[in-house]
Design a protein around this ligand. Structure first.
Ligand code: ADP
Ligand code: MG
Length: 539
């Protein structure tokens, strides 16, 4: 959340005004000046946005506020260019836009185009990626979403739009001084978003209209206007925290389907994973199955060696169980594989090719997908959208194509939505596609995460305790699903506590204890392994 958004408006207003007034160079026309204002806004949008790569929420909001203060001070001090406190005339648009109505329709048209483009973006893989970064950065990275790239793109766009609007604002005012760009104006945008509801296009638009009309209607109460804003804000925050958007959002209140039993359908896996339908379902593994190997991985937190020389080999087309008591380093092993942690020693390779340590974003492209011990979801998005995030890297349309909803973008969206529905059918929750993810039960979320991971068409799938919190019947179906997934030629690394599930479906099992491999072998060997039985299986 950027509170100091007004800074970009100021930059646009002054760039357009300075260029048309000709205080630094020969005066230019209003339209080229507005265009250059947008370019300046895009540039400074990225500058303001850079701290967001490191800082979150309030800390980032404060840096934007600081930036806004700096911009205002510069417009005051740089008198020979900006006119300082005396001000500078705004750009005058040529006929027929120089009349009140002409200008009005021009602004309305610009607002319609920008809103349309923003809505396109929101419904693209870029929009979903941004929400994923906000709500679950870890899951976003594991889906191959490149956070710096996404943030830079969106700050370019936001900066350009704000600066363009600033240029129009200067034109409307006919004369601007630094006083026009107060902290109150920044707050106004912020409040419009709060009233409208973040994550919605229509909500903040209505919020802005309400906030603009309110002072007109309440003109006799001018002295009370600040009070009215505050009261309105309090009512909204207390009564409808989601803002106007939450009132308009029906998907939030739709009754959930009656029969919600999770019914995985293995036959949907082949088309989903893009593998040809074989005659014998048991013989569908890839021509030459590859192996993912970990060799001598060591990782310590402070003084504690969470994993201490782990070797592991997961073959495509097989289920490899990873078991061990709590704290034995299972999740940490998965985090090393998905590049989230950089091990101190050891290496990891797929088919003999060593993967760079500590690079989570590149893992999706190498075909590594995963789920989490605590499901990572985007609560405000629908189940379908959550699953579509898993296919982020397969989009072909560029940011600009998505913004303008060009054919390639629309084809991307159709393909991803169709595959996401297939993935939901495969894991057995197709009936919940349109439901908001935060309304799902815990067990359904686990299956939703598997669907998201499958969207990647992974070569290897890492599952962190997928059976935790599931009923006996659900565990049975999960086991069949995992087995079917592996028979599609995917190497599954399954971390689990339920010994029955492990021994039922695994081809190989590795037992960890205190970060070391205690035993490795087939389920039959592990079941009778003396140390494992005494240390872990409890007799
Ligand atoms: P498991 O998944 O097998 O239950 P973990 O891999 O989560 O175990 O943890 C292994 C050990 O590493 C535990 O002792 C845990 O406390 C420690 N650990 C895991 N993550 C961190 C972390 N981010 N910081 C410090 N210690 C950690
Ligand atoms: Mg764990």
């Amino acid at each position: 959340m950027a509170i100091g958004y007004v800074a970009l408006l100021t930059i646009g207003a002054y760039t357009a005004s300075v260029l048309t007034a000709g205080t630094v160079m020969a005066p230019m026309g209003a339209f080229p000046a507005l265009g250059l204002a947008a370019v300046a806004g895009a540039f400074f949008g990225v500058i303001v946005g850079l701290p967001a790569l490191r800082l979150r929420t309030f800390y980032f909001a404060m840096t934007t506020l600081g930036f806004a203060t700096i911009v205002t001070q510069i417009t005051l001090a740089w008198q020979e260019v900006t006119g300082g406190g005396i001000g500078i005339p705004g750009p005058a648009l040529p006929a027929p836009l120089d009349t009140a109505w002409g200008f009005y329709y021009f602004c309305l048209g610009a607002a319609v185009v920008c809103t349309w483009a923003t809505a396109n973006l929101a419904h693209s893989r870029f929009g979903r990626a941004l929400v994923a970064i906000r709500d679950s950065e870890v899951a976003a990275e594991a889906s191959g979403i490149d956070k710096p790239r996404m943030l830079i793109l969106v700050f370019i766009l936001a900066g350009a739009l704000a600066a363009f609007a600033g240029g129009l604002f200067a034109s409307l005012q006919t004369y601007i001084t630094p006083d026009a760009f107060t902290f109150d104006l920044s707050l106004l945008f912020f409040i419009a978003v709060l009233i409208g509801g973040r994550g919605s296009i229509l909500g903040p638009l209505l919020g802005t209209i309400v906030l603009t009309l309110l002072p007109e209607v309440a003109a006799p109460l001018a002295a009370w206007s600040t009070f009215l804003y505050a009261a309105l804000l309090l009512v909204i925050v207390l009564a409808i925290p989601g803002g106007i958007a939450a009132l308009l959002d029906r998907s939030n209140r739709l009754p959930l389907p009656e029969n919600r039993a999770i019914q995985p359908r293995a036959e949907a896996l082949a088309p989903l994973l893009g593998r040809p339908e074989g005659r014998n379902p048991e013989a569908r593994s890839p021509e030459v199955p590859e192996t993912m190997t970990l060799t001598g991985i060591v990782l310590a937190f402070g003084g504690v060696r969470a994993i201490d020389g782990v070797d592991l080999a997961v073959r495509q087309g097989q289920v490899h169980g990873l078991i061990g008591p709590n704290g034995s380093g299972k999740t940490t092993t998965l985090n090393v594989i998905s590049g989230y942690y950089r091990p101190e020693a050891g290496r990891m390779a797929i088919g003999g090719v060593v993967l760079p340590p500590g690079a989570p974003v590149g893992r999706a492209a190498r075909g590594i997908a995963r789920t989490y011990q605590t499901p990572r979801l985007i609560g405000e998005a629908s189940v379908l959208q959550n699953v579509m995030i898993g296919a982020s890297i397969e989009g072909t349309a560029s940011f600009v194509e998505a913004l303008l909803s060009l054919p390639r973008h629309r084809a991307d969206e159709r393909n991803m939505a169709a595959r996401a529905r297939l993935a939901l059918a495969a894991v057995g929750i197709a009936g919940l596609a349109e439901v908001r993810a935060d309304r799902l039960q815990h067990s359904e979320l686990r299956f939703m995460e598997i669907a998201r991971a499958l969207m990647l068409k992974p070569a290897f799938l890492l599952l962190d305790e997928p059976a935790a919190g599931l009923s006996v019947e659900e565990i049975k179906r999960l086991g069949a699903l995992i087995k079917a997934v592996s028979r599609q030629g995917i190497g599954v690394l399954l971390v689990e506590h339920h010994a029955d599930l492990i021994f039922d479906i695994c081809d190989q099992v590795t037992v960890l204890n205190l970060g070391k491999v205690l035993a490795a072998g087939t389920p039959a060997e592990i079941r009778v392994h003396k140390e494992v039985v005494s240390a872990y299986l409890g007799g």
